[in-house]
Write a protein that binds this ligand. Sequence first.
Ligand SMILES: C[S@@+](CC[C@H](N)C(=O)[O-])C[C@H]1O[C@@H](n2cnc3c(N)ncnc32)[C@H](O)[C@@H]1O
Length: 248
Amino acid sequence: MMAQNIYDDEEFFGGYSQLLRSKNGLDGSPEWPALQEMVGNVSALRVLDLGSGYGWFCRWAAAAGAQSVLGIDVSSKMIAQAEDWGRDPAIEYQLGDLDTVELKESAYDLVFSSLAFHYLTNLDGLFTKAYNSLSPTGRFVFSVEHPIYTAPVQASPGFQTDVDAPERKSWPLNSYANEGLRIRNWLKDGVRKQHRKIDTYVSSLLGAGFTLTGLIEWMPTLKHVEDHPEWKDELERPMFLLFAAEKK
Ligand SMILES: C[S@@+](CC[C@H](N)C(=O)[O-])C[C@H]1O[C@@H](n2cnc3c(N)ncnc32)[C@H](O)[C@@H]1O
């Protein structure tokens, strides 16, 4: 099945461009410091960024000394914006659908992805391709929306307040075991995402041959919330899930 490619939709693209993480890039992405620690040193590495979007990570990796960076994304609008924001001889962008893309074998030292895999239907296939695309000591680091966040079947899940204790907020977790399509009204009605359980992500990684080396359910610390009161609700349930894995 063809990918939805919602980022090429005018209305969605316009809304997405207004998000803090779109305007401020990695500095506007609260989970970036944790992800960056998992990524580690990229100096002289051949890097592949799957679902590269505006290219924030591609530019960071090139500036941090990566030998080459290939960003693949299904949205030509996202790639056009990424190219507008700075061409670098070390960076190349390629239009491609991660559900069907072919990746070069043994061509990269680091495969990275930020918040793209929960759009994909064929994750097992992609993980096997990512594994084969890595050098023998290659690493795989990625983030997805946390399964507690993706699970609810409501089109616009939101926190609910307790009648007896209005200060207490609860996330409407339901249908956790029912993996698969979730239709969300987010920036535009009808956005197609895929819900998977944590053990499904882990099994897919292990099944592809990876060794899991790190797993973080990203949530802010109290100090984060002091500096960024807008993240307070994120203390109630994790929104991002971060993975690090190795080929060897
Ligand atoms: C939430 S954005 C994240 C962008 C970037 N990785 C970042 O963190 O700033 C998700 C990106 O995944 C891309 N994407 C979604 N489905 C895809 C698919 N099937 N193949 C390739 N890219 C896809 C979108 O076009 C979009 O650029």
